[in-house]
Write a new protein. Sequence first.
Lengths: 331, 331, 253, 253
Amino acid sequence: MEDSRSKVMDLDEAVRTFVRDGSHMSIGGFSISRNPMAAVYTIIRQGIKNLHFYVHSNGTGIDELIGGGCISRLEIAYGGNGKAATTCIRFRKAVQEGEIQVEDYSNYQMTLRFAAGAMGVPFLPTRSSLGTDIINRWGFSEEMRQKDPKIAGKKLVVVDNPFGSWADAPRVVLVPAINPDVTILHVQKADYQGTCRILGLTYADIEQAKASRHVIVTCEELVEPGELRENPGLNQIPFIHVSAVCHVPYGAYPTAVYRCYDYDPDYLIAYAKAARDERLFRTYQDQFIYGVSNHGEFLERVGRKRLGEIKADPTRGYATNLQWYDRGEAP
Amino acid sequence: MEDSRSKVMDLDEAVRTFVRDGSHMSIGGFSISRNPMAAVYTIIRQGIKNLHFYVHSNGTGIDELIGGGCISRLEIAYGGNGKAATTCIRFRKAVQEGEIQVEDYSNYQMTLRFAAGAMGVPFLPTRSSLGTDIINRWGFSEEMRQKDPKIAGKKLVVVDNPFGSWADAPRVVLVPAINPDVTILHVQKADYQGTCRILGLTYADIEQAKASRHVIVTCEELVEPGELRENPGLNQIPFIHVSAVCHVPYGAYPTAVYRCYDYDPDYLIAYAKAARDERLFRTYQDQFIYGVSNHGEFLERVGRKRLGEIKADPTRGYATNLQWYDRGEAP
Amino acid sequence: MNGTSPEIMTIMAAREIHNGDIVFCGTGISMLAAMAAKNISAPDSVIFFESGAVDALLEDLPWAVSDSRVMWGANSTGGLMDAFATMQNRITGNRVIAILGAAQIDIYGNLNTTAIGDYSKPNTRFAGSGGGCDVASFVPRCIVFMHHERRKFVRKLDYLTSPGNLDGPGARRRAGLPPGGITCVVTNMAVMRFDEDTKEMYLDRFYPGITPQQVLEHMEFAVDISRARPADPPTEEELRILRGKCDPRRMQL
Amino acid sequence: MNGTSPEIMTIMAAREIHNGDIVFCGTGISMLAAMAAKNISAPDSVIFFESGAVDALLEDLPWAVSDSRVMWGANSTGGLMDAFATMQNRITGNRVIAILGAAQIDIYGNLNTTAIGDYSKPNTRFAGSGGGCDVASFVPRCIVFMHHERRKFVRKLDYLTSPGNLDGPGARRRAGLPPGGITCVVTNMAVMRFDEDTKEMYLDRFYPGITPQQVLEHMEFAVDISRARPADPPTEEELRILRGKCDPRRMQL
C-alpha cells in the first residue's frame, strides 16, 4: 500500500521546475558539511537571479551562490567556511560592496524561524538577543517589509511575558516564521517517494524541509521504500513534505557527508584563495561551474583520485588521514 | 573520556530519592504503551500522596496512580486505555466524585507545554482550541493559581499575532511551560550514565525528560556507554538530563514496549473490570500491588507463561498472535 | 440492504477520502474507513496517527494509536510534536482529513468529548480532547462518527471540546481559526453536512430503510432536510474489499 | 616562561572549566581548551557543539562544528533545535560554560562579531552571530579569547552582537536576560574579569613578562588594575597533557 507516485527527477529539471528568479529559498547543511552543492552549481549554471535566501550557518553553498550572482537578499546567522575562511569571502565582499541586502539573526533564531514555519505558527519565542543590536538594527527597513507580502512586517518583536515571571523570563523575543518557496537538501538515503534518512547531525534540515512549500532532495543513495521502512524511526523526513528526488552521488562535494566522504580541504582552500581576486574567481567559475554541464562532469574535473582520498572510513564516518597543507587565511 | 559517575540505582531507592508527597510529575508513554509501570507500582506501594501530574495521553499508569490515591491534581489531555477502557475507569470515577482537580488541555497543547519547558521558554504558541471551552473553562481557579508559585498564573492566554496576518494566523493561544520536579520514563536501552535509546514512537518522552528537574529512567536493557556511542544519532536523551537509571526488565508491563513485548490485553481488561467495583479493585490492588514487594515479585505473580505469550515478534516488534476474548466495556 | 450498520458507516466515511489525502485517524472504525479508502479508491492516501506514525502498513489491527502495530512498516515514526506540527502546518495540514468520534454534537458541528453535566463536577466524564481539539482547529475537513440519538445531537453542548463552526458564519475566522473543522457527520442512519452560508447542519443522505423524518426524531435540534436524498448503499465490491482486506479476522466489524 | 602564547591562553581558559560543566565550544583553540580541561582537571565535563553533538570523543581535530569528526563516538547527535534548547533550558543551561571569540569587546564584555564600520555598508564584515549571541544570552559563564589590541578593546562597539553586561549594573535583568553572559576574557597578555558591582572589566591576572601598564596600553578604554596579580604559568604537567593528548599532531598549537 505504498504511494505509487515516483518523484524522481533529473536535478537540472528539478531546479528548473521549482526554483525561479526571486524565489525564497534555503539549503540544508552547516558550513562545510552536507550542503547540496550539485544543486547550488546547477542554480548558478542556470543563471537564476534575485534569490531571497534564509540561512543559519550554511557556508560553502551560500558563498558560491553569492559568487554566482544568484542572491540579492539574505537573512543569515553565520557566514563562515571552517578553516578555509573564518568569514566566507564572497559573502564578505558582497556585503561590504552593498551588492546584497542582509538581515542578521542568531543561529538559534534562524532555526526557530524554520521551526515556526514547520509548525504552522507565526512565530516562536526565545530569550536570545535581548538588549543587542540584533534587535535594534534592521537590515530590511520597515517600509520595505510593509511593501513585500513575502516578508514579515517586522524583523522581530520583544514582548513582556504574559504569564508574568513564569519560567523566570520577564520578556521574550518573538521571531517570525519562515516558509520558503523551496528548500534543497542533500541526504545519505532517500527513496523514490521522497522519504529521507539523514545519518549523523541533522542541523536544521528537518525544520527547513517541513517549513517549505517545495523540497528538492538530492541523495547519495536512492533506495527502495521497503528498505527505509524496515526502520521507520530513522527516517526524519516523511515523503509528504518532498516534491522531487534526485540521485546525485557526491552531490555535496566539496562539502562533507558523514559516513560517505569528507570535505575536500584542498578544494575549499583553493576556492577561498580564488574568491579573494576577481580574475582568479572568474577563472575558477569558468573551470568548475560554467565549464561543465552537470555534477558528473564536475566530479570528473575534480578527479576520481581526489574523491578516493576523501572517502570516509567505514567506522568513523570521515577520512581519517585527511591532510591539508595550506591553512588558507589567517584567523 | 566518559563520564565516570554511574547513576544506576535500585528503583525503590530512586523513587524514594526523587519523588515526594506533592511532587509535580509526569510519566512517559502513551495509553497502553511504554508507561513506566514498575515505577508507578512502586509509587503506589510507597504511599506517596498529593502528586500534581502532567499528562498528555498516558493511560494505564495514570489510572493506576489515581486508583492508588496518589494524585490530587491532574493537567491532562486524554485519559483512555485503548480497547480496555475508552475512558480510564478510575480517572472517570475520581473526576465524577470530585476526588481530584482537573485542568483540561489538548494533546498538542500538553506536548507544547513540555516542549516549552525543555526549551527554557515560558510558553509556546498554537492555534489549537481557539473558540472552545478549553480556553473558556478553567479547572484551576485564578485565585488558586495566584497562590501557588508552582503553577502558572493563567491556564493559557490568547493574543493577537504581533506580526499582523503573518502565516495567516490573526490570533494564537499561548500555553505555559511545564517543568516537572521529576519525570519517569521506561525505555528499551540505557547506559549507566543515563543516556537513553528509545525504539519506535517517542511520544512526548523526549520533551518531558528535557523539561524536568530530575529524570528517572527504567530500562529493559542496561548497556555499556560504548554500545550506545556506536550510533549516537539513535540516542534521543543525552545523560546530562538524567538523574537515575534503574534496570527493570518488563518494567512497562502490562503496557507494551516496541520490539520487546506487547501489552497484555487480559491484564488490562481484568483491571478495567476490577476498577469498576470498589471491592474488586481493593482485591486487585492487594493481590498485584500491595501483595508484592517489587516488580520481580509482581511478574512472578503474573506468571512467566503469560510474559512468554506477549513476547514481541523479532521482525514486527509486537506479539503477532495476541488474542483477546473479552472486549471490556462497550464503546 | 447490503452490509451491517458499522460496514455502511465505514464505507460512507471512506468515500469522503480523496486520493492523496493524509488521513488522521484513531483506532476502530475510523481506521477501518481509512484502510477501506486506501484499498478501494484512494491508493495514495496516507494513514497518519497523532502518536507520530506516518503511512503505517497496519497488517494487524491496533488497540490504540500508540500500539506497536502502527510502527511496523511505517514510513516514519516520530513523536507527538512532529505529528501535530504536520497538521498545524498549512502546507501539509491542508491535505489532512480527520476522522473523529464524540459524545455530543451541536448544529454547528462542535463536539464534546470531555464531560456531561457540570464541568466542575460532571455526571459523566469522558477521556477528554486528546488530539481531537487540535485537529478540528487545524484542518479543513473532519468526519465525525456518531450514533444518531437525541442525547448526542444536542441544542447546547455541555462542553465544547473540538471546534466545528463555533456559533455560525464567520465564527472560526473571528476566533482566529483557519477554515474547516467538522464538515461531515456519518451516523448509523444518515450522512449530515454543513451549509456553506448558514454553517448549520443539514441532512444530505439517508440510508435505505430510513426516512428523513426518522432522522429528525433522533435529534434534539431540527435540521434542513430539503436537500436529502437516499445514500448509495455500499457496493458488493466495496464490501468485499472492506471485509476481505481491511478486517479479515472480523475484529472490528 | 613556559609555553607558547596559544598554549598559555588555552591553559588559562581550561582552568575556568569545572568538573561537570557542559562546555559549549567552537573549533580551534576553544576546543583545545575544553579538551585540556577534560584531560587535566574536569574529567566529567561535557564538550558540546551548537551543531547538536554532545560529549564528542574528538580523536581527530574538526575543521568546523558541523564536521563529521564531532559525530564519531559522541553521546548523541541531534540538531540545532536540540543544542540551543539545552542552553536556553534553565536546568541544563546553568551548567554550561561557553568559549567564544570576537572582533571587538567593550568594558561591559559585550561582543561584536558582525561588522566594523557602518552596519548598513560595513568596512569589514564578519561571519555574524552564529550561536554566539544565543549562548551569551542564555548561560551564566562565557570565556572570550581575544588578542590584546586597542582596535579590539574599544570604547564603543560598532555592532553589539552578543550580550555581556550590556550597559552596566542591572542591565541584563532590565533587558529580560538571565544573569551571566561574558564573565572572563583570556588574551595573549592577561586574564580579565568583571566587577560584581560595577559590571566593568578589570585586570585580574597578567602573564609573566607582561606589566599591567602594558595591558592598558593595548586597550582603548582604561580598566581597574588594582586587583591585578601575576598569573600562575602553565605547569609542566598541564603542558605535557595539552601537547601530548589534545593536539599530538600540532594542528592547532
